[in-house]
Design a protein around this ligand. Structure first.
Ligand SMILES: Nc1ncnc2c1ncn2[C@@H]1O[C@H](COP(=O)(O)OP(=O)(O)OP(=O)(O)O)[C@@H](O)[C@H]1O
Length: 599
């Protein structure tokens, strides 16, 4: 269950101030225009009502035959119309600027967010709480500009309410006070409802999360065939409906329980409005106020009541958003990764793993125990062992994604922690088991992304495709290597994209790695989905190439027979090491695994 954030009024005000500051940095003109708009929105309708009142009074005088009143009435009507036109002209300018501002704010906030995510320490990408925080912060960034709009509306409502009440006070000092008292019950009802619904929202975070997981991950065209074959569709629909009921019906129940209270509060407001209007009518009949004052007072009362009502609605609707603002802040406060200071410009002569122990953050048990090994330039080494032996973890440490709990990894004698990560990663070409599939683009991009900083090199590209055994299938795609790699992604001329098989994706990922031409190649199960003949050709090329240092994990022992050194890992330790022949002669763990695989 996630922690429930309860925000005090003070915290909310701080949060609002932060939103204003961030927005101002992203789009200063927009902030100015929004504030001006809030002011204009608040003042112009009241000024219009004022002139409408003067027109009415002048008209009544003209009707009674008072000299000069007809001219006055005409002048007031023209002024009222002119104000209306100014209002219309302003609203179309404001609309354009608001759109532009929304675009600028959203772009700036989400770019900042992604930039920050690309600078935090690597281990955090594997950390659930960081990933959760990133999701929430992304969510917030998505709604950021809408959020600022709400703040601007709140400012406008406050100004409207204040001006309307001051104007009422000029008619009679007590009228403003009557309005203030009249809105108290509505305020109470709305705030109580918003507290209840906010508590309900927080209580059901997991319910909503599961509901959206069912919707987005299961109710998809590509999954429906399997769901139907297992006969699981109606079960999932019913499950989704139950979760929806918990979430939505709860909210509706609160609304139902408050119907009478809300009605009571509205009747109270209506009674106050009626009281004020009767008072004005009495004053007009007694000739203490001009006839147009009725129009003016009615407009002021309506405005004061409605702006206080919308202010409360806006304030309570921001509860959830304000809570996510703190998540956004918490995410942006995650420190950026230590990069190390020592430069590395040439390919290293020796990588040494020296008595390395390692436990994952927040895990008690160590998964690597006293590992020592060294890898010389252009050497080919293989790491083998059962599932969970610690092979991929060792690779993660070699990449610098995690730091050893004890011991050190050194590059030509310099601790990896001291070396600039970007320099180190430039030396490496890594293919993970769960590599990235850039399915929203074509095969050429999937390979080219191996070295995006250099100009595209056709010869290098062809060679990479050949070595990864990918060329023939890529050439057969409907639009060759420019075919979209997702069947739902249509080309401009209507040609559909294509879905690739698991093995084809793996070949493209290998090609990306080869295209990089990095001095050190690290491959974690690179051919697990590739058929045996292609696999054998790929490995034969890999081991023939003596220009690269090669570090490879493979479960198929026949593929790594030609490695210079094989490290056999068991329970986080190196159990055996040597060449294939030496390990077979040893008749230990490696030999047993090899024999089993030959059967
Ligand atoms: N991110 C993680 N957080 C915590 N524990 C992890 C994490 N990744 C792996 N482990 C644990 O570390 C141990 C070693 O896992 P690792 O992935 O290194 O094994 P492996 O030898 O590569 O296995 P396989 O052959 O299945 O890929 C396992 O017990 C695993 O549960």
């Amino acid at each position: 269950m996630p922690a429930v954030v309860e925000l005090s009024v003070q915290k909310k005000l701080v949060a609002l101030w932060r939103v204003a500051k961030t927005t101002y940095r992203a789009a200063p003109l927009a902030v100015f225009v929004k504030l001006l708009n809030a002011l204009i929105d608040a003042i112009l309708p009241i000024v219009t009502a004022y002139f409408a009142a003067l027109s009415t009074t002048a008209l009544a005088d003209a009707f009674a035959g008072k000299a000069g009143s007809a001219e006055m009435a005409t002048t007031y009507v023209i002024i009222t119309a002119a104000i209306g036109m100014v209002q219309v002209a302003w609203s179309s300018i404001e609309r354009y600027i608001a759109e532009l501002a929304r675009y600028q704010i959203d772009a700036a906030v989400s770019d900042q967010l992604h930039l920050h995510f690309s600078r935090i320490e690597f281990w955090r990408y594997d950390d659930k709480s960081t990933a959760d925080l990133f999701d929430k912060a992304q969510n917030f960034a998505y709604f950021f500009s809408r959020f600022f709009d709400t703040i601007a509306q709140m400012i406008s409502s406050i100004i409207q309410a204040i001006i309307a009440m001051i104007a009422l006070t000029t008619i009679n000092v007590w009228l403003g006070a009557v309005i203030l008292v009249a809105v108290i019950p509505s305020m109470w009802v709305q705030l109580a409802l918003s507290r209840l619904s906010s508590a309900h929202w927080k209580k059901n975070v997991e319910t909503r999360r599961r509901m959206s997981q069912i919707r987005w991950s299961s109710f998809q065209a590509k999954n429906f065939a399997e769901l139907r074959m297992y006969g699981i569709v109606s079960h999932l629909i019913a499950w989704h409906a139950r979760l929806r009921d918990i979430d939505k019906k709860g909210q509706i129940d609160y609304e139902r329980k408050y119907i009478t209270k809300r009605l009571g509060a509205q009747l109270f407001e209506a009674a106050a409005e009626l009281g004020i209007l009767l008072y004005i009518v009495g004053e007009i009949i007694a000739r203490r106020q001009p006839i147009g004052q009725f129009v003016y007072a009615q407009s002021l009362v309506t405005r004061a009541l409605s702006s206080v009502g919308s202010l409360i609605n806006q304030y309570s609707s921001m509860d959830e958003d304000l809570a996510t603002l703190f998540d956004y802040d918490a995410f942006m406060a995650i420190p950026t990764g230590e990069q190390g200071r020592t430069s590395l410009t040439v390919s290293p002569k020796i990588i040494s793993v020296e008595n390395v122990w390692f436990a994952y953050p927040n895990a008690e048990q160590e998964v690597l125990h006293d590992i020592s090994l060294s890898i010389k330039r252009h050497q080919h080494i293989a790491i083998v062992g059962e599932n969970g032996a610690g092979k991929s973890t060792l690779i993660k440490l070699l990449l610098g994604l995690y730091e050893p709990s004890r011991g050190a990894i050194t590059i030509d004698g310099v601790d990896l922690r001291e070396i600039k990560k970007t320099d180190w990663h430039r030396q490496l070409g890594v293919l993970h088991q769960d590599f990235v599939q850039y399915w929203y683009t074509n095969a050429r991009d999937n390979v080219r992304f191996g070295d995006i900083d250099s100009d595209f090199n056709q010869a290098r590209y062809r060679q990479a495709l050949d070595r990864a055994e990918a060329r023939s299938f890529v050439e057969k795609l409907p639009k060759g290597d420019l075919t979209n790699l997702d069947k739902w992604l249509e080309h401009d001329d209507g040609t559909p994209g294509v879905d690739l098989s698991g093995g084809q994706w793996q070949r493209l990922a290998l090609a990306r790695n080869f295209y990089r031409q990095s001095p050190i190649v690290i491959l974690d199960e690179p051919t697990s989905a590739i058929d045996a003949l292609a696999e054998s050709r790929i490995f034969s090329h890999l081991f023939k190439d003596k220009q690269h240092t090669l570090i490879m994990i493979s479960h198929r022992l026949s593929t790594i027979e030609r490695a210079d050194v094989i490290y056999m890992m068991k329970d986080g330790r190196i159990a055996e090491s040597g060449t294939h022949q030496e390990l077979v002669a040893l008749k230990g763990e490696y030999f047993r695994m090899f024999k089993d695989q030959l059967r």
